[in-house]
Ligand binder design. Sequence first.
Ligand SMILES: [Fe+2]
Length: 228
Amino acid sequence: MATFKRNLRISLGFYTVYSDSNPLKRMFDPTQVPAPAPAGQIHPLGQALIAAVDERDRHTGEHCRRVCVLAVELGRRVGLDAAALDLLHQAAALHDLGKIGVPDMVLLKRGRLDEDEWEVMRSHADRGARLITAAGLHDAHALAKIVRHHHEHIDGSGYPDALRGDAIPLLSRIVALADSYDAMCEPRSYRDALPAAQALEIMRGERGVKFEHELFAQFEQALFELGV
Ligand SMILES: [Fe+2]
């Protein structure tokens, strides 16, 4: 596994600038590793929705792009066929679409969310699914289902429907792994970005709770193959 740079934080007036400690960002740096080819093309309407996420919050948009690349790599590793990879590509790119409906005071809050605010934040899974259905994208039903369930945990402790194990769509479980890893490798206003090794260690401890063992093993291999 690659050696990861120590996170560096520099305060500039009211703003805080973070170094790019997230190893997944190297996938988008042509001087580091070549970006893996995405699976298929996203319909122009889907592209418009992705652009809407970018306009709403650039950090969410960038997160979705990284999750997309990592999820597709994991999908390839577990042997998804071309149609499933194409669906995964679109679902991963749109997994946080529902955040465009989360108010600024929650989405952009500096500091920890309280329980009421978390409830609003958790609504993004359902909001995203509803937006995809309303947009009438090709495969909207399947896409909406994957997006709706990307925060479920295999022990039933996730949301919005507390699904367990295989009741959670496989593509949702794939997006969840990529999503969790990238989220931990990104800074929050109340914590620094976690080093990649620490993020992985936390996720290893969540096997059997959030993630199943076999898919997690494939995920670690996917990270290795990507060189991140
Ligand atoms: Fe999410």
